[in-house]
Design a protein around this ligand. Structure first.
Ligand SMILES: NC(=O)C1=CN([C@@H]2O[C@H](COP(=O)(O)OP(=O)(O)OC[C@H]3O[C@@H](n4cnc5c(N)ncnc54)[C@H](O)[C@@H]3O)[C@@H](O)[C@H]2O)C=CC1
Ligand SMILES: C[C@H](CCCC(C)(C)O)[C@H]1CC[C@H]2[C@@H]3[C@H](O)CC4=CC(=O)CC[C@]4(C)[C@H]3CC[C@]12C
Length: 368
């Protein structure tokens, strides 16, 4: 990468570049990586917004492709200096089969690694997830933990299983020889629950609240804290890692970093109200309105209904045993590893992240 850096001729590839996080990474790269010559955006579904990016000084190449197809991935990776692999199937609601989740998240990641090795790309950043650590199936809390905090990471659900396997593949690939004889340098970023402009679940909660006459009903105790991070800061961390990976390969190669910022520790529902409140919604109840056992029962019932209705329709509500367990288990991180290793500081303050997200929810309202 050294030659290219001197002539400001870097080629980046972002897989999943049209997703919620991917779009922010793409826009952040265009704003904050002056050495960029070409930005390739690889996604199963290309967004119309890509067109507006094509008029700028950086060559923006949109590639419609599937990470499960090794030849498509190799063609997109060839000649890239850095790959940011955010593409993935984020499904904790049972919309897709476990096999498909594995194929996209694990086999897709293996294809990206092999493409780097075969074509000589040296720097690979993988978007992992806090779910690789937990919450685990025992519902044990992870309170203000960091990358070294001991925790029994035991998963059964296809999504965290796939992210954990893929992350391991990426970390184990660090140091592999790529075409040309140099070593591959990899690292993995583990965001907690991401929020911000484009967040589908926030949109769902907002619409649910509107349907219920401007109210949402508390289901989870306010004392259960959930780690959240603003999408702009997650994107910024990806951009910084990509920039620093070459110069700090010995320190950063093969490492994992939680993605964090100054967003407050709150329950999932109270945190969402930071945005939905100013948009006119109210969270009813200082304590959960339903006993927990009833929620467990409803979640189990939803699983049964999903299975029974599968031949007729897709029934995939927000509440299922897995989402209930995640929402009901404290999982918060407190770490400075990213600051120590590559100088990360959040680009957006909590106030700015909040304002931007509220403004976005208001536009969702306008279009609803
Ligand atoms: N949303 C969240 O709270 C968190 C997300 N993550 C991770 O961040 C990454 C991005 O997630 P989001 O932006 O939230 O999801 P998203 O669903 O908005 O974006 C994923 C993108 O990957 C693309 N994609 C899916 N299958 C593909 C395939 N076979 N080939 C090519 N592209 C494909 C989709 O079209 C989509 O544009 C994922 O890897 C996810 O596991 C990690 C932690 C939290
Ligand atoms: C949908 C859940 C909230 C509904 C709970 C109910 C029905 C009782 O009101 C969400 C609670 C926590 C979310 C997950 C968490 O933020 C961590 C994640 C990380 C990822 O990598 C992917 C997404 C997710 C699993 C996220 C999904 C929605 C929740 C389970």
């Amino acid at each position: 990468m050294a030659d290219s850096a001197q002539t400001q001729e870097l080629v980046y590839l972002v897989t999943g570049g049209c997703g919620f996080l991917g779009e922010h990474v793409v826009r952040m790269l265009l704003q904050r990586e002056p050495r960029l010559r070409e930005l390739r955006i690889f996604d199963l579904h290309l967004g119309p917004w890509l067109e507006e990016l094509k008029t700028g000084p950086v060559q923006v190449t949109a590639i419609q492709g599937d990470v499960t197809q090794a030849h498509e991935v190799a063609a997109a990776v060839a000649g890239a200096h850095v790959v940011i692999h955010t593409a993935g199937l984020v499904d904790v609601f049972g919309k897709t089969s476990p096999e498909t989740i594995h194929e996209v998240n694990v086999q897709g990641t293996q294809n990206v690694i092999e493409a780097c090795v075969q074509t000589g790309t040296r720097f690979l950043i993988y978007t992992s997830s806090m779910e690789v650590v937990g919450p685990n199936i025992k519902g044990q809390p992870f309170y203000r933990g960091n990358e070294n905090t001991p925790y029994e990471a035991v998963h059964r659900h296809p999504y965290p299983c796939s992210k954990a396997l893929a992350e391991r593949l990426v970390l184990e690939a660090n140091g592999r020889e790529v075409l040309g004889g140099l070593p591959l340098v990899t690292c993995a970023l583990r965001p907690t629950g991401i929020y911000g402009e484009g967040h589908q679940i926030m949109r769902d909660f907002y619409h649910q609240g509107l349907r219920l006459g401007g109210r949402l009903f508390r289901a989870i105790p306010a004392s259960v804290e959930h780690g959240r991070v603003y999408v702009g800061n997650v994107a910024w961390m990806h951009v910084l890692v990509a920039r620093e990976l070459e110069h700090r390969a010995a320190l950063m190669g093969g490492q994992v970093y939680f993605c964090y910022d100054n967003s407050p520790y709150k329950s999932y529902e109270d945190f969402n109200m930071e945005f939905l409140g100013p948009c006119g919604l109210r969270l009813v109840g200082t304590r959960p309105l339903m006993p927990y056992w009833l929620l467990v029962l409803l979640a189990a019932l939803n699983t049964l209904l999903q299975w029974l209705l599968r031949p007729l329709m897709l029934y995939a509500p927000l509440l299922n045993p897995y989402t209930l367990a995640v929402a009901n288990t404290t999982f918060t991180v407190s770490t400075d590893k990213a600051r120590r290793h590559f100088g990360y500081e959040p680009l957006f303050s909590w106030e700015e992240s909040r304002t931007r997200t509220i403004r976005w929810v208001q536009t969702v309202e306008g279009s609803a």
